[in-house]
Design a protein around this ligand. Structure first.
Ligand SMILES: C[S@@+](CC[C@H](N)C(=O)[O-])C[C@H]1O[C@@H](n2cnc3c(N)ncnc32)[C@H](O)[C@@H]1O
Length: 214
């Protein structure tokens, strides 16, 4: 019986994932740093939020993850925070500058969101996450994918965690058990888990998701 239930659940997950894959198929048209499993997981969380939700994304780049969040959310908005200048922690900034392209990043982001018809769900906050502390509250889903240093990622968690509603979600990109020196891994293991305020919800590739319980 247990095996049959498991098989049924696996099949159901497969069907749902294929449906989402189809819904967000155009995510392939955007350059970025997100696997298909991670894209599906972001969509799933966005799609189970209540009506009129607020999603905050720290680190939007050209809009790959922003698109998945905007496709998933039923109503409400996705606040996309990024300086759109290819800056970041030292290691990442080298890659960003190699991959930024010729036109401005802000322009590329906007054009992608317009082309894929999600721009109406997005509010662009051009600047660093630390610039907007205090101006955003009642967050249903916080997605952290900005500064990947231990210091930068810790600041994002400390600055925004209190603004997440109980029952809401937090996600970090680039969580790797074997890479303790990375900001997301360090913050999850040393701040999020020990806070006692989040329960683990899901890990899809390097996307770690937790739910706020108090
Ligand atoms: C890894 S990329 C984001 C990838 C994107 N989520 C995707 O799906 O392709 C990180 C982005 O965060 C931005 N960034 C770096 N530090 C930031 C900060 N303090 N606040 C907001 N964005 C930041 C970088 O400029 C870059 O555009």
């Amino acid at each position: 019986m247990i095996n049959t239930n498991l098989q049924f659940n696996n099949k159901l997950t497969h069907v749902i994932d294929n449906y989402i894959k189809f819904k967000i198929r155009k995510y392939n048209q955007i350059e970025g740093f997100l696997s298909q499993k991670e894209a599906i997981a972001l969509y799933k969380i966005a799609s189970i939020l209540p009506k009129n939700s607020t999603i905050v994304e720290i680190g939007s780049w050209k809009g790959k993850s922003t698109y998945c969040l905007a496709k998933g959310i039923k109503s409400g908005k996705v606040i996309a925070i990024d300086p759109f200048d290819a800056s970041g922690d030292d290691t990442s900034a080298i890659i960003y500058n190699q991959q930024r392209g010729k036109t401005s990043l802000l322009q590329q982001f906007k054009l992608n969101m317009i082309k894929l018809d999600v721009i109406h769900k997005i509010e662009i906050y051009q600047g660093y996450s630390q610039d907007f502390v205090g101006s955003i509250s009642a967050i249903d889903f916080l997605f952290i994918d900005g500064d990947h240093s231990i210091e930068g990622c810790s600041q994002d968690f400390l600055n925004y965690s209190d603004q997440i509603k109980v029952g809401g979600y937090i996600a970090f990109h680039d969580y790797y058990l074997s890479r303790k020196e990375l900001g997301p891994t360090w913050v999850i293991e040393n701040k999020v888990s020990s806070s006692g305020r989040y329960k683990f919800s899901n890990l899809s590739d390097s996307l770690w998701i937790g739910q706020k319980i108090k």
